[in-house]
Design a protein around this ligand. Sequence first.
Ligand SMILES: [Zn+2]
Length: 588
Amino acid sequence: MKAILAGLVEAQRAGGIKTTININGSSYHVTLKVPLALAIGDCEGNDKLCGRYGTHQLGNTLVCRDCNCPTLSSDLPDVVCQPLTTQIIADARFDKAALQSLSHHGIENAFHDVDFGGDAEGIHGCCPPEMLHLYQQGLYKYALESFMNFLTGQQRKALDQLISIISDCCCRQSDRTFPRFRFPRGVSNLTCFTASEQVGLALVCFFSLAMDDFRKLVYLKYNRSDGTWSTDEEGIPKCHEYRKLFEAMLVAEAWINKDSHSKEEVLHHAPAQITKFMHTYKTTVDRTDGHGLKIPKFHQLKHLPRYILKFGVPNNFSTARCESHHITLSKRPAKTAQKRDESFEEQVGERIIDSIVLNRATSSILSTIKALPPVTSDGSISGTRFTILKLEQSSDYCAIQCNAPYAPLPFPISLLNAFASEFEMYFPNHDGITCFTEHHRRDEHDTNYIFRGHPSYRGKPWHDWAYFRWCDDIEGSVTSGENVNQSIISEIPGKIWFFLDARQMTTNEDYDPGLYAVVQSLDRSPFRVQGSNRSNILKVSRLTDTVSYSVCSTESIVDVAFVIPNIGGTNEHYVIDPPSDWSSYFIT
Ligand SMILES: [Zn+2]
């Protein structure tokens, strides 16, 4: 390590690197100062850089490489710790007892020669914990393990089935900023999940705990003695605890991973909120595996505000990007190499060079190919086009695709009948009513959104939800005493059945020519549930009726929405706030 750092140390001791830079045509002779700010790595690698013991046994006096928190108190949310400095470690170098009390090896640490820009903590305070290992592969994982252990075998089976239904609903939503939801092998075995899957899993468990079907299952206990079912008095509060914990974890993670933090918030509010969150976590997650919560991953949560003040947002010191390189630089090339000790490294090296050459060649060929023109002249319409026609010798309508294989689309007959019988009169010169399944919109930030309403998109229905702007005219005004009409504007989520192309529609009093969405709307703006089921990110509303529909101009679409049915409930639907809003619930 000393040899690797020699050039850097030399430049630092020489007072910097003297060079000439050009700014706007003028030359400046400058000295570039090169202090070391930050070392990014996982817990094992960072412990090595600091010279800390490689293990985290309970016998180690200190739990972390960067503070003086005793291992035995490290699971206490209220514990107070002080950062370790280069001086403390250097002073103890030849004192065996002192080294043991610091859980550090008596090595000559090459980083102690490096200039950290006046930071007295040196390497010990410049290799922060990062979210991928601490949170996603750590705290989420332990919380999920604890939740699965709390459930009985029968409940875990039911959870697997429920999650498969919920994840199908979650995968097909217009708001695509949510984590990944696909768990084809079920979830209760909790094996081989990636970091992003752990987040999706925590979210889907949170949804499951809000479902009436799952509540009925967990809240009831079977009494073998008399063969009856009774309410599980212990299970109910524990389920509430887990639901609150999963929500608290999602909210805390959203706050930590914000794009920018206010100094005021990080300095004065975050430490108390993190301690509060650690209390919630510790009371709910009864971890008995390993050293329980006497681990750096739990205690280092307390260090996050300090590191955010020092290095900015945690994405600055995330290992996610470095870890993703492992796939291209080690896993893929290693797969195609023979697993022989003497030739393995050489073969992996050759594969890496091959892939770099192929990637360069592919990108240079692709750059010469001109982009194809868009398929339709109007970019806002795409997907499957179809016509709603009346069947011969029947009073029913059906939806037939406009292109081969001209197959019928499986919309509910009652919906087609109700819709077409009203709209047919506006299309007298056409063979049926023309409709389509995909609509593209751009918001004010020029982000492109796709909304789908398809009864069988690759074999399964895909009906996106969107927020529609409704305008209700209310007659009369109470305050003025005069009869003045008022308009109340509300934004209510609606489920998109399909889109109507009414640009060729005949002139009529009810509708202007244009594009419309045929939607099934919730009965009112979603509202927050109160009482023991209270939640910040999840709101509730009901579908008006199972067969009703409204025809709304696509211009009234105001935003994407994420809505899932309450499985086991009657027409109740949960509307989930976008992940970008969750962080606002952390500092209260
Ligand atoms: Zn600490």
